[in-house]
Structures are given as structure tokens and as C-alpha cells.
Design a protein around this ligand. Structure first.
Ligand code: ZN
Length: 400
């Protein structure tokens, strides 16, 4: 039986920067027994939307009778309140081979034009980037005469290169380049998304910070943690499981609007490094999609299940992998005082603490930990904020 499922999800969200509304559209259906799932931004900017549509159409044309899956995913980011950065990542499974491809767009909403690398960094920096890329791709047969595929955010330029049927991503710190664009960089810390007013706490980058992370939720204990954080002017990062998200959509939205960050912890907690690429992408993208559907929020970070990671996993996802350096093992120790002590003994400036918002004892431990660290002058930040602070500290030579 030929089954055709077609549905469109359009969520209008308000960007932090302009009157224009952007939509993210997801199309899933079957074309000649090929599973198609495409998610892409609609920007209401003709030049950009037409380019995106052309790319999508060109991928439909690549479907042949051996193709079992076409998946196009996207990234969308407005940087420095001015530059729209979009990437479309396509995945075509022809049973015998899998083709991955990426296309990127950088659009300047002020000058109303698409930008290339020549608009973004000086000629000098292009040569520097070339050397950097050469270093990282020595054994690969890659043509690096030009960099057509790139996007950037507040901290990095991301260069994408095709290698056989796969994509290689190289991160170049912006402050290592002569960056030509208007950064208008403000020291007010951004949260990971700019689409809504986020109740960000005011953070001093030169005072102690700690990033609390909570895995395996949401659960019935999540809200207590969200409230505890809010009562203490604190934020944290919740690495959620996709298969539970929709049942706790209210608490996730509350968490986001309090300024917390949501990360991806897979769909159903399979060990990610044992999975095929396809299964891995399913775990990740499904979770991203569900979070986006219920909240309009796109996580930037992946906390791999069991902390297991490998180089393949890193290539498969554009999400940045975030591990931890303080682990009280709250799944093992049953006593909240013990858990609290295990955190307080180890924590220091810039620590990333692993906890689980699935147990009452963790909530009780946090009731001890958070006020104590607050009295020691700690500020409680999200992963995005921690990274931003580390960038700032790096730039001003804070560590010297
Ligand atoms: Zn976990």
C-alpha cells in the first residue's frame, strides 16, 4: 500500500532583531517509496527563499529507484542582529551509498544581499584559513581553492568541505581573523536563541561561574529545579530525551523563558556510538524536531548518552558535544547530603556539573548546593553562556 503522509509544520517565531517573521517548515512524505523529510527556513526574503527552494528541488531530482531516504535538515541563526546564517544539510540514502551534502547562505539584512567569504574576512585571513584547513585535511583529497560553504556565529566561522560523500566542518575562531562585518558586539550575554525575549540573568564574566547540567529529563522533578534556579537568579542546561518532551512541554517552555538552555540527550537514550549513522541521526534530529515543535527552540548542544562519544559521532551532527567535569553520581548515591558534598568538594570556576532531573534526592541536593555556591560568589550559567564567557576571558588574556 502506498502511503503518503504529508504534513507541514509552520511555526512563526519572533526574531530578536526585526519585524520580519521567519517560519520553519517541515515536509515529510514519500516519493516513490523514498522517505522524504525536509525542514527548512522560510525567510520571506525572495532571493534567499528562491535559493533554498532551488536547492531542495535539486535534491528531489537526485531521488532514483534505489533511494530509500531523502532528509534535509537546516540550521538558522541571526548573528549580530543582522546576518542570517542558514545551512541546509541533505542526506540521501541509496542503499549502496549515502550522499551527504551541505549548502549555506549568509544574508546581510541591512545591505540586502547574499555574502561570500570575500565579504566576511580579509584576503589575508582567507590565506590563513586556507593554511588552517590544509593542516586539518592533509590526508584527504580536498579542493580548497575556494570556500563556498560557510556560516558563522558570534564566535566562529564554520567552513564546510565535501569529502567523498561526506562533509567536513572546520571551526575558525572569529577573533583569529580580520573580520570585516559589523559585529556591534555587546557584552550582554546572549542566550542560545534570539527568537524570544529571554529572561537572561546579568552575568559578570570576571566572577566565578558554574554550569549545572541536568540529563535524562524532563520528569516530574524538573519543575522544582527550574523554580529553585529562578529563586536563586540561576540558570542551567537541561539535556532532555526526545521521547518525553511532548509530555512536559509546559515545563520546557517555562524553563526556556526563565533563561535556561535546552540540550539534546537523544530520543530514547540509546548508546549513540553503537548506532549506524542513520539511527544516530534519528535519535538526534527527532529530538531536535520535537523540542522545536513544542517550544520553537533549537538546541545547540548534544550530551551523548553515557558520555560515550567518538569522532564519527562528532561528524554526524552539527550540535556541539558537551561533557562534564564534576560528576556527583547522583544516580548511585541515594543521600542528598552526600550528593551535595560530592559537588561542593569538586566544583570550581568554569566547572560543568552533571546531575539528573529525574530524582527527588537531586532536587534536595540542589537545595543545599545552590545557596552555598551562591554565597561563595558563584554565578550559575548555561552552557552557551559558559562558552561565551570563556571566549571573552580568552580574548582579554584572563587566564594569563
Ligand atoms: Zn543520560
Amino acid at each position: 500500500m502506498k502511503k503518503i503522509i504529508l504534513f507541514l509544520i509552520s511555526i512563526i517565531f519572533i526574531t530578536g532583531c526585526s519585524k520580519t517573521n521567519y517560519d520553519i517548515t517541515t515536509i515529510t512524505h514519500q516519493v516513490n517509496n523514498c522517505n522524504v523529510a525536509i525542514t527548512y527556513p522560510e525567510t520571506n526574503i525572495n532571493e534567499l527563499d528562491n535559493s533554498i527552494n532551488n536547492y531542495i528541488n535539486s535534491k528531489y531530482e537526485e531521488i532514483n529507484n534505489t533511494t530509500i531516504e531523502l532528509n534535509i535538515d537546516y540550521t538558522f541563526n541571526i548573528v549580530f542582529d543582522r546576518y542570517i546564517n542558514i545551512s541546509l544539510i541533505s542526506y540521501i540514502n541509496n542503499i549502496k551509498d549515502i550522499n551527504k551534502d551541505i549548502i549555506t547562505y549568509i544574508y546581510d539584512t541591512k545591505d540586502k544581499k547574499l555574502l561570500t567569504i570575500n565579504n566576511i574576512v580579509s584576503q589575508n585571513s582567507i590565506e590563513t584559513i586556507k593554511r588552517e584547513v590544509q593542516k586539518e585535511t592533509t590526508n584527504l583529497n580536498i579542493n580548497i581553492d575556494n570556500f563556498e560553504k560557510l556560516i558563522f556565529d558570534e564566535n566562529y566561522i564554520y567552513i564546510y568541505l565535501n569529502n567523498d560523500n561526506d562533509i567536513i566542518k572546520i571551526d575558525i575562531p572569529i577573533h583569529d581573523t580580520e573580520f570585516l562585518l559589523d559585529t556591534n558586539f555587546s557584552y550582554k550575554l546572549n542566550n542560545s536563541n534570539t527568537y524570544q525575549n529571554i529572561n537572561s540573568k546579568i552575568i559578570n564574566p570576571y566572577e566565578k561561574v558554574v554550569a549545572f547540567t541536568f540529563d535524562d529529563g524532563p520528569s516530574k522533578y524538573t519543575e522544582a529545579i527550574v523554580d529553585l534556579l529562578e529563586d536563586n537568579d540561576a540558570n542551567g542546561t537541561f539535556f532532555v530525551l526526545g521521547n518525553k518532551v511532548k509530555y512536559y512541554s509546559d515545563i520546557i517552555n517555562k524553563s526556556i523563558s526563565n533563561g535556561n538552555e535546552i540540550g539534546n540527550h537523544s530520543y530514547n537514550h540509546k548508546s549513540l556510538n553503537n548506532l549506524s549513522k542513520e539511527d544516530f541521526l534519528y535519535q538526534i534530529n527527532t529530538t531536535q524536531d520535537i523540542i522545536y515543535e513544542i517550544s520553537g527552540y533549537t538546541p545547540k548542544y548534544l550530551r551523548p548518552t553515557y558520555g560515550n562519544t567518538n569522532s564519527k559521532l562528532k561528524q554526524y551532527t552539527s550540535l556541539e558535544i558537551v561533557l562534564w567535569n564534576v560528576d556527583p553520581e547522583d544516580w548511585k548515591y541515594k543521600n542528598s547530603k552526600t550528593i551535595a558534598k560530592r559537588v561542593l568538594d569538586k566544583v570550581k570556576d568554569e566547572s560543568v556539573v552533571l546531575m539528573h532531573d529525574t530524582k527527588e534526592r537531586t532536587v534536595n541536593a540542589l537545595k543545599i548546593i545552590i545557596p552555598e555556591l551562591k554565597s561563595q560568589g558563584y554565578q550559575f550559567v548555561t552552557i552557551s553562556q559558559l562558552k561565551e564567557i570563556q571566549e571573552i576571558r580568552e580574548k582579554i588574556g584572563y587566564y594569563k
